[in-house]
Design a protein around this ligand. Structure first.
Ligand code: IPM
Ligand code: MG
Length: 371
């Protein structure tokens, strides 16, 4: 039996998670394991009612689980950033989920906007660092006399930007990106192990030509770690170039490892080339702790409760969770059943179909059980 914490969250989150758990239960029936889902009410409703985002009690309770199945958060009634930082990013950081694993794979029968590209051309994995970089939350905004905090930088600000930091008219904001040797090492190592099981090709995506301190260290660690994997072919790509190559030659890529912020950006691009946000899953992994699986799309508040949301990314994330738990055969079957649902045209309207959210969940669950 596997105990799984479930956070439906906001908007369409609870609806898609419902279909995901339905499919996971079907996989359990078929492959002889059971799942014990425990719901956690986190998100906008609770925040608006009580002011709470994620309490110490929540974290304590969640720490008793190996996996969390996460829907989506974000709500129009709450200013952007509060729920995202206070819940999603807080969970990733608290549980030190240092790997954000995002498969970019075009399934058979799915339309990609890339002309002439087939499923065999689009099949790679992005391993996004998930705890450092510009996500560490170190920054500030200063105006007028507050800017004394930046005193030490006064000459620099003046020389570089012509700013008189004493003046009330000028406002300064800054945000710091952090890369640590150990933070880079552990995620690059994981990417190497992943490449080892695949086509043995690993690309580092960074911007070491401009942000040369943080990504200079990243590159150094990349070279050191990959030296221990002589059978893996490695390369460095700049992030701007990658947005071009993902579109022109996606077949070039096998495993891509990248710092947090670029990983965020290029996986939305990846989602589009694999057929849209409705199909893109992700895992936030701490191999030794509590991991969390989620669709990479948001909560789409305007579709809440309409029964039209695409549950496929969530179902796929469920398959990744099974894989993480060691149920490899069941994980494979869920993905295969998802593929069958697509081939049989049981898809929601974002994919050109007429099926409802629950129709897709029912169909995939039935396919999982069929021998
Ligand atoms: C993602 C999302 C999050 C991120 C947001 C919602 C904080 O865009 O999972 O890619 O930036 O990581
Ligand atoms: Mg993102």
């Amino acid at each position: 039996m596997y105990r799984v914490a479930v956070i439906g969250g906001d908007g369409i989150g609870p609806e898609i998670i419902k279909e995901g758990t339905k499919v996971l239960e079907a996989a359990g029936d078929r492959f002889g394991f059971s799942l014990d889902f425990e719901d956690f009410e986190l998100g906008a409703d609770r925040y608006l009612a009580t002011g709470e985002l994620l309490t110490d009690d929540d974290l304590e309770a969640l720490s008793g689980f190996r996996t969390i199945y996460f829907g989506a958060i974000g709500d129009d009634r709450v200013p952007p950033g509060i729920l995202e930082k206070g819940i999603l990013l807080a969970l990733r950081f608290h549980f030190d989920q240092y790997i954000n694993l995002r498969p970019i794979r075009l399934l058979e029968g799915v339309a990609t906007p890339l002309a002439g590209k087939k499923p065999s051309d689009i099949d790679f994995v992005v391993v996004r660092e998930n705890t450092e970089d510009f996500y560490v939350g170190i920054g500030g905004r200063f105006k007028g006399s507050q800017k004394r905090v930046l005193e030490i930088q006064r000459e620099l600000y003046h020389a570089k930007f012509g700013l008189d930091i004493e003046s009330d008219a000028e406002e300064i904001a800054y945000q710091i990106g952090v890369v640590t040797r150990e933070g880079a090492r552990r995620v690059i190592r994981y990417a190497c192990d992943t490449a080892q099981k695949r086509r043995k090709k690993l690309t580092s995506v960074d911007k070491a030509n401009v942000l040369s301190d943080v990504y200079g260290l990243w590159r150094e660690v990349f070279s050191e770690v990959t030296a221990g994997y002589p059978d893996i072919a490695t390369e460095f790509n700049f992030v701007d170039a990658v947005t071009m190559w993902f579109v022109k030659n996606p077949e070039w890529y096998d495993v891509v490892v990248t710092p947090n912020m670029f990983g965020d950006i290029i996986t939305d691009l990846g989602a589009m080339i694999q057929g849209g946000m409705g199909l893109a899953p992700g895992g936030n992994i701490n191999p030794e702790g509590t991991s969390m699986f989620e669709p990479i799309h948001g909560s789409a508040p305007k579709y809440k409760g309409l029964g039209v949301a695409n549950p496929m990314a969530t179902i796929w994330a469920g398959s990744m969770m099974l894989d993480h738990l060691g149920e490899h055969e069941a994980a494979e079957k869920v993905l295969e059943a998802l593929g069958q649902s697509i081939l049989d045209g049981v898809v929601t309207r974002d994919m050109g179909g007429t099926s409802r959210t629950s129709d897709v969940g029912d169909y995939v669950a039935a396919m999982v059980k069929r021998h």
